[in-house]
Design a protein around this ligand. Structure first.
Ligand SMILES: CSC[C@@H](O)[C@@H](O)C(=O)COP(=O)(O)O
Length: 365
């Protein structure tokens, strides 16, 4: 994706060859700044504080974090310690654990002196694969948008929640990739962007991306989606996922479930777009089994933004002393999901649907 005409990825190796650069997402949309991650500790802090966020991106960041950790201690015990340390930075997105396990498994047969460099290269491979997967998701998902346009003959109105765009991945995005592909192909698309309280990833990040790419969009309060659906103003919902069960339950940013309920009530198709690295084949009941991250209540009680003089400021918005709770994700059961868009195509949200795209998982299932 391009910012002011210059192509960017959200994470890339630094010119020094031993560290990585990331786009600092805590500064967007008001400042576009890069941040250097030079150690495993830097990577862990960046993931925890959401300098980098979005399931596929934190997987890649964790893989680079592991490589940086091995530069300090590449022993078997060092690998285990680094994996445990990075894995607990954010509990819900399975991509993080998946990326760490993939790198760690390959490292076992690599001589200790070569492990850090091997892991750094492997993190790069994961990043490349993510770009390919997300582009393929875009191609498959764009067909659905083209069909809607062909049927209705007018602009396709998409509702999305949180940020599942290129900022949440290495490039392209998941839920937004079909929108970019369709828009670039000349299909008229307009996106209703849920602001996505408490951290406002929709208002800040999705709107920033769509602006940068010239995709028509409108930011709405989180509670507006149901009303728009009742009045026929949404043709399709597309969201991302942080963890998808083998049975097709989709865990995504808090509030996604309510959008799926409204979509079901109004017969609006509801799709989740995700790469294979987001599927947790060990789970079959998302509500019961997926760990939901509980974040700091300050994200609910306070808001950060820009003052008229350009300075960043954090203000309190909740009655002082009132308790707050901040579950960061919720689970949308498969029965509310029309389809799952992956790099291999579109499947029904069910065990059979996912296995039809990933037949190699049949034996394990
Ligand atoms: C392609 S990203 C899918 C999800 O990671 C995205 O929708 C989301 O919920 C991100 O949550 P975040 O808490 O900002 O990391």
């Amino acid at each position: 994706m391009k910012i002011d005409g210059q192509p960017y990825r959200t994470i890339f190796p630094d010119a020094d060859g031993v560290s990585v650069q990331v786009i600092d997402q805590t500064r967007l949309p008001f400042a576009f700044e890069l941040k250097r991650l030079g150690s495993m500790h830097d990577a862990a802090v960046a993931i925890r504080t959401m300098v980098v966020r979005g399931a596929p991106l934190i997987g890649v960041a964790a893989a680079y974090g592991l490589a940086l950790g091995l530069a300090e201690d590449a022993s078997d015990a060092g690998i285990e310690r680094a994996v445990a340390f990075l894995a607990e930075t954010r509990p819900t997105a399975i991509n993080l654990r998946w990326a760490l396990d993939r790198v760690a498994a390959k490292l076992r047969t690599v001589p200790i002196s070569e492990r850090a460099a091997f892991a750094f290269a492997e993190a790069g491979h994961i990043a490349e694969e993510d770009v390919e997967s997300c582009h393929a998701i875009g191609m498959h998902g764009a067909k659905i948008l083209c069909e809607i346009h062909a049927r209705t003959g007018r602009t396709v109105n998409v509702l999305t929640h949180c940020n599942a765009g290129w900022l949440a991945t290495v490039d392209w995005g998941t839920a937004l990739a079909p929108i970019y592909v369709a828009h670039d192909a000349g299909v008229p698309v307009h996106v209703f962007v849920d602001e996505t309280r408490p951290r406002n990833q929709g208002a800040a990040l999705t709107a920033f991306e769509l602006n940068a790419h010239g995709v028509p969009h409108t930011v709405i309060a989180d509670n507006a989606g149901g009303h728009l659906m009742q009045h026929g103003r949404i043709d399709i919902c597309i969201v991302g996922s942080d963890r998808t069960t083998a049975s097709g339950d989709v865990c995504n940013k808090i509030g996604t479930y309510l959008k799926a309920l409204a979509a079901s009530d109004n017969r609006v198709p509801f799709y989740a777009a995700l790469p294979f690295s987001t599927i947790d084949w060990t789970l079959d009941d998302g509500v019961a089994q997926i760990p939901i991250e509980e974040r700091d209540g300050r994200e609910v009680s306070h808001l950060t933004g820009r003052l008229p003089d350009g300075a960043f400021a954090t203000i309190e918005v909740v009655s002082p002393g009132s308790p707050v709770a901040n579950p960061a994700f919720d689970v949308t059961p498969a029965r509310l999901v029309t389809g799952i868009i992956t790099e291999r195509g579109v499947a029904t949200a069910s065990a059979d649907g996912l296995l039809s795209l990933y037949p190699e998982r049949r034996a394990a299932a």
